[in-house]
Design a protein. Structure first.
Length: 89
């Protein structure tokens, strides 16, 4: 296995991890901004008021995006195992 193959494998792995985590991170970011704005407007500073809706948003995002994430991860794994002989040299 040469250096370029290792670099390509690591790059593909990191890009797959990035694309898998990006939608959930975006959901958390948007939910955090909206909850913070709502707390500012209503002057409610209860910690549960901020964390429970964020956790609910993450849970809803996971439920909605899980099929897409699994398909993407399975595709990456199949491609990786299909090229296993290339990496074994």
């Amino acid at each position: 296995m040469n250096q370029q193959a290792v670099v390509d494998l690591v790059r593909q792995t990191l890009m797959t991890a990035f694309w898998l985590s990006l939608p959930l991170l975006a959901i958390g970011f948007v939910a955090g901004i909206l909850i913070s704005l709502l707390q500012i407007v209503t002057s409610v500073q209860d910690p549960a008021f901020g964390s429970v809706p964020r956790l609910a948003a993450f849970l809803a995002g996971i439920v909605v995006l899980l099929p897409w994430m699994l398909i993407r991860l399975c595709t990456f794994t199949e491609r990786l195992l299909g090229e296993l002989s290339r990496y074994g040299r």
